[in-house]
Design a protein around this ligand. Structure first.
Ligand code: URA
Length: 234
């Protein structure tokens, strides 16, 4: 088990390896420059890791996932705040590190393609291995499909009244590792269909965050008390 300093060092080394990545076509998008590989960020000892889909325009500009003033990042911060959590308490990452845009209109985002997801999986797996979270919160279908073997759709999982914990799999240095995960709608979908009423999809996402936080808290009492205690060697 590793301490915070070592985790930071390992993440820094990994960042050096990926910061100029050219493993897939997202490094040279048609009609615009790639500004940043959006590696992921947050607490290197986070118990909760949030996995999104891909950087959008703001994330490409700033180099950070779920940029706080963009619609999805703003919503993510609001959900976290409902549980007295900030992004410094969690680790946020995307399935792919570079912004996918349409060749026929580079201003428009598109979902990452299978080869782009495959090319970036080693980065995602290694980040999960280093941070070693207890629970993954998977936002949307790309994250669900990249990390689980669930046949049920995001909609079916997110609308299941039990908010089920599913299994996520990542490849460690030598072994495949199984972790608990909660699957829910992507905030970008909510931003387009905003409705705060009880039973709405927004409410279901709130319940998914609540479930993920409860799973973490079940592991470690009072873990999310502010200020977040540093994780000691475990
Ligand atoms: N911003 C991100 O960083 N990831 C997403 O999945 C969406 C917006």
């Amino acid at each position: 088990m590793i301490d915070a300093e070592t985790r930071l060092q390992l993440l820094g080394d990994l960042w050096e390896k990926w910061r100029n990545c050219d493993r897939c076509g997202l490094c040279k998008p048609v009609g615009r420059p790639r500004r940043h590989v959006v590696f992921g960020g947050g607490n290197p000892c986070a118990r909760l890791m949030i996995v999104g889909e891909a950087p959008g325009e703001e994330e490409d500009i700033h180099g950070e996932p779920f940029w706080p003033t963009a619609a999805s990042g703003d919503l993510l911060d609001k959900f976290l705040a409902s549980f007295d959590i900030t992004r410094e308490d969690v680790f946020i990452v995307n399935v792919v590190g570079c912004r996918p845009t349409r060749d026929d209109d580079p201003r428009k985002n598109r979902p990452p393609a299978a080869d782009e997801i495959a090319a970036c999986k080693e980065r995602l797996d290694r980040i999960v291995e280093i941070v070693d979270p207890y629970v993954l919160l998977l936002l949307g279908d790309v994250a669900k499909s990249a990390m689980t073997r669930e046949r049920k759709s995001v909609t079916a999982l997110a609308r299941d009244p039990d908010i089920p914990a599913v299994k996520a799999y990542t490849r460690g240095q030598s072994l495949e590792v199984e972790r608990q995960a909660v699957v829910t709608f992507h905030p970008a979908y909510l931003a387009r269909n905003f409705d705060m009423s009880t039973g709405s999809d927004t409410h279901l996402v709130y319940l998914a965050f609540e479930k993920a936080v409860a799973l973490v808290r079940a592991y470690e009492h009072l873990y999310f008390n502010a200020p977040m205690p540093a994780r000691e060697d475990t």
